[in-house]
Write a protein that binds this ligand. Structure first.
Ligand SMILES: Cc1cc2nc3c(=O)[nH]c(=O)nc-3n(C[C@H](O)[C@H](O)[C@H](O)COP(=O)(O)OP(=O)(O)OC[C@H]3O[C@@H](n4cnc5c(N)ncnc54)[C@H](O)[C@@H]3O)c2cc1C
Length: 272
């Protein structure tokens, strides 16, 4: 029987950081490494963790960041706060370095546009994670699915899950060259299937999973374009009737929507 992983809460802080390195991981991915004294106390224990990242206004370069008060984040009186969610890909406490892996989807979003141009010395402010969900207990196998935006978390999942747990990965890519994002070690540890985009491939792949793979000890975690996840969720939760403790799918973005709220249900007519 699968049970939700424990939630570990962390002190919430605003961290004012500096880009110390930028690395191209694949045609569509840039790893931005951040450093600074504000990283003291940074903690991220869960593969699906996220930080709120604040970006400068691409129109004028102005940087509006909130302040931390006892009641939470207080938005500044002036300026527009541009805030997006990103996965802390890796944190090295000894060298005070935090990696964030940005998928570059184009210049129509301030986060992607910033990441495409980021260079050493640039400033980036972030807050959180507020807490981390540890992996669920009782899973014999874990199926990870989504698109490029899920890959930093999927890489973390592969690293966190202990060896006896079987790991399956299904990821839709706009450009198959971005398969290079995953290290050979990740690909060796998991059964990874790369899919094309926009033709329902993710749903088909999950529907084609053998019933031996989908048991009451199988956990599904997925993230990415909420429109692609919708039919997958319907299949797993409604057609197969898997309980919410076995399926965690989160919309990380939605076509045509700026700064999608990932707490919004993938299917508003059928929230978890
Ligand atoms: C919890 C969480 C963790 C995340 N972790 C990561 C991560 O580690 N790395 C990462 O790259 N992304 C990650 N994302 C996704 C990222 O936050 C969104 O893609 C975000 O919308 C990007 O902001 P933007 O300013 O570039 O675009 P926005 O201003 O939000 O959107 C502008 C336009 O771009 C479109 N758009 C947004 N994202 C994409 C995309 N991926 N592909 C195509 N079009 C898109 C929107 O639909 C909209 O039309 C995460 C999201 C969540 C909720």
């Amino acid at each position: 029987m699968i049970q939700r992983g424990q939630l570990v809460r962390h002190d919430f802080a605003i961290r004012d950081l500096t880009v110390s390195a930028v690395r191209e991981l694949s045609p569509g991915f840039r790893r931005v490494t951040l450093t600074g004294a504000d990283l003291a106390g940074f903690t991220s224990l869960g593969a699906g963790d996220h930080s709120k990242v604040f970006f400068p206004d691409p129109a004028n370069g102005d940087y509006a960041v909130p302040a931390l008060t006892e009641d939470g984040l207080r938005m500044p009186d002036a300026g527009t706060v541009i805030m997006r969610d990103y996965t802390p890909r890796a944190f090295r406490e000894l060298s005070a370095e935090l990696d964030i892996d940005f998928y570059l989807h184009g210049d129509d979003g301030p986060a992607s546009a910033w990441a495409a141009r980021a260079s050493e010395g640039d400033r980036l402010v972030l807050a959180g994670p507020r807490g981390s969900h540890l992996p669920p207990t009782g899973a014999a196998r874990v199926v990870l699915l989504g698109d490029e935006t899920a890959l930093p978390a999927i890489a973390r999942w592969i690293e966190i899950l202990p060896e006896p747990i079987e790991v399956f990965v299904f990821v839709e890519l706009g450009n198959q060259s971005d398969a290079a994002y995953l290290d050979p070690d990740h690909v060796h540890r998991a059964r990874v299937v790369w899919l094309g985009k926009g033709d329902g491939g993710l749903e088909r792949a999950i529907r084609s999973l053998d019933t031996a793979v989908i048991g009451d000890d199988t956990y599904f975690w997925g993230a990415g374009d909420s429109e692609s996840l919708l039919p997958v969720r319907h299949y797993l939760r409604r057609e197969l009737g898997l309980p919410v403790t076995q399926v965690k799918l989160t919309g990380y973005w939605k076509p045509g929507v700026e700064a999608l709220d990932h707490h919004a249900p993938i299917d508003p007519t059928d929230p978890d």
